[in-house]
Design a binder for this molecule. Structure first.
Ligand SMILES: NC(=O)C1=CN([C@@H]2O[C@H](COP(=O)(O)OP(=O)(O)OC[C@H]3O[C@@H](n4cnc5c(N)ncnc54)[C@H](O)[C@@H]3O)[C@@H](O)[C@H]2O)C=CC1
Ligand SMILES: C[C@H](CCCC(C)(C)O)[C@H]1CC[C@H]2[C@@H]3[C@H](O)CC4=CC(=O)CC[C@]4(C)[C@H]3CC[C@]12C
Length: 410
């Protein structure tokens, strides 16, 4: 954004701002976005950590809960959302100047709630999504949140005049595909047959397409919308629930995990702090580099090593006392396929009675068992991204989190 606007304070909205990635994006913006004037955190479930922002702030006295009014609602004739909100005032980590943080409890599937939250924002970072590959939610719900929710965000930008939209997509919009073709250290231009059947990747692919297609649409006031999509591979780091689940599973099994996937199958992983940093940089650079970045996709990458899903997890779980048994998978692949199919059948049979959603199902097995890694520098070339955290830092931070989250610190 223009130099003359150096002093201009920008309003950012982060949807899904209380999720695993969203929280890191919010904290990163507060720490590293000098032009941040107001930060709106929109989520269906507001996290208690938002209140820590207030505690950590010397401006902490200004705080309302359930005030029911949004600061800038009438700007585009948008009604205020009938949701609980809280406002608090926080500061940058360097204590330089205040930033207003507004937490908005809302649902992206509700167009009026999204429009009210977007009104007056300069930039929207849309990370909210239903991440479900285990069959916990129905395909319809996944579609509503991921596709209709994204459509609502785009329409809200157009209606209210917000020009910059960064969408959190996923590697899953590319693959692994249903045929199990490997994607070996590919980039954004690598040809690949992207064929999906599972509701989650289908929804992410459709939502990404909507976002990219919206690039260039005229927003209220006549200027063009500028959009881009970031595609993380498997994200890890502080707050990664599946990592914690694997740790607990290992503890239940006496400190052992059993190899199910060959070590030669590479699964792309990226540290959450770097994914968040990439979002902040992309959002910052969208105006200045609109022609270059508008309508583009970027894989998220950093210096995390290429490993199998299980070997990668052991980088963190090993130092927490777990061991991975077997240089090769202990069970033959056909048996895993059978067990995954059995799980799917049980899920279907039990659905009227109870939700049975184990980690192993035909889809997760196929993803874990198909090489999918990226090697690219597109984000560096287009908007100057360099990972903020080295592999060593990312690893240490994640280990400390697993230890703290599970009480395994020695
Ligand atoms: N976790 C991963 O490995 C990857 C995640 N992604 C994408 O990153 C984004 C964030 O994912 P995570 O942080 O892992 O998931 P998460 O589940 O921790 O966070 C998603 C957030 O969105 C919120 N949300 C869900 N439905 C909502 C609704 N209807 N209205 C408002 N908020 C709603 C949730 O409350 C949650 O706070 C998602 O869009 C996901 O598709 C992409 C690649 C990899
Ligand atoms: C849960 C899977 C591991 C199961 C191992 C098994 C079959 C031996 O029990 C996870 C393996 C790969 C994960 C996915 C991958 O990292 C890509 C993703 C991207 C997203 O956008 C959302 C999450 C996920 C689908 C992720 C989900 C867990 C795995 C399938």
């Amino acid at each position: 954004m223009a130099d003359s606007a150096q002093a201009q304070k920008l309003v950012y909205l982060v949807t899904g701002g209380c999720g695993f990635l969203g929280e890191h994006v919010v904290r990163m913006l507060l720490q590293r976005e000098p032009r941040l004037g107001e930060l709106r955190v929109f989520d269906q479930h507001l996290g208690p950590w938002l209140e820590e922002l207030k505690t950590g702030s010397c401006w902490g006295s200004l705080w309302w809960r359930g005030c029911g009014r949004f600061p800038n609602p009438s700007q585009a004739g948008i009604p205020t959302p009938a949701v609980e909100q809280m406002m608090l005032v926080s500061v940058h980590m360097d204590g330089s100047r205040p930033v207003r943080v507004t937490a908005i409890q809302g649902d992206v599937t509700q167009a009026h709630e999204v429009a009210a939250a977007v009104a007056g924002a300069h930039v929207v970072i849309h990370t909210a999504g239903l991440v479900d590959v285990f069959g916990r939610a129905s395909p319809k719900t996944i579609h509503e949140v991921n596709v209709q929710g994204t459509r609502n965000v785009i329409e809200a930008c157009v209606q209210t005049g917000t020009r910059f939209l960064v969408y959190t997509s996923s590697m899953e919009v590319v693959g692994p595909n249903t045929k199990g073709h490997p994607f070996y250290r590919g980039n954004e231009d690598t040809p690949y047959e992207a064929v999906h059947r599972h509701p989650y990747p289908c929804s992410k692919a459709l939502a990404e397409w909507l976002v990219l297609e919206a690039n260039g649409r005229k927003v209220r006031g006549g200027l063009p919308l500028v959009t881009c999509a970031l595609r993380p591979t498997g994200i890890y780091g502080e707050g990664h629930q599946i990592m914690r689940d694997f740790y607990r599973q290992g503890l239940r099994l006496g400190g052992w995990l059993f190899r199910a996937i060959p070590a030669s199958v590479e699964h792309g992983r990226v540290y959450v702090g770097n994914v968040a940093w990439m979002h902040v940089l992309a959002a910052r650079e969208l105006e200045q580099r609109a022609t270059l970045m508008g309508g583009q996709v970027y894989f998220c990458y950093d210096g995390s090593p290429y490993r199998s899903y299980e070997d990668f997890n052991m980088e963190f779980l090993g130092p927490c006392g777990l061991r991975l048994v077997g240089a090769r998978p202990l069970l033959p692949y056909w048996l895993l396929v059978f067990l995954a199919a059995l799980n799917a059948l049980l899920q279907w049979l039990l659905r009227p009675l109870v939700l049975y959603a184990p980690l192993l199902n035909p889809y997760t097995l196929a993803v874990a068992n198909t090489t999918f890694t990226v090697s690219t520098d597109k984000a560096q070339r287009h908007f100057g991204y360099e990972p903020l955290f080295s592999w060593e830092d990312s690893r240490t931070r994640t280990i400390l989190w697993v230890q703290a989250a599970t009480g395994s610190a020695q």
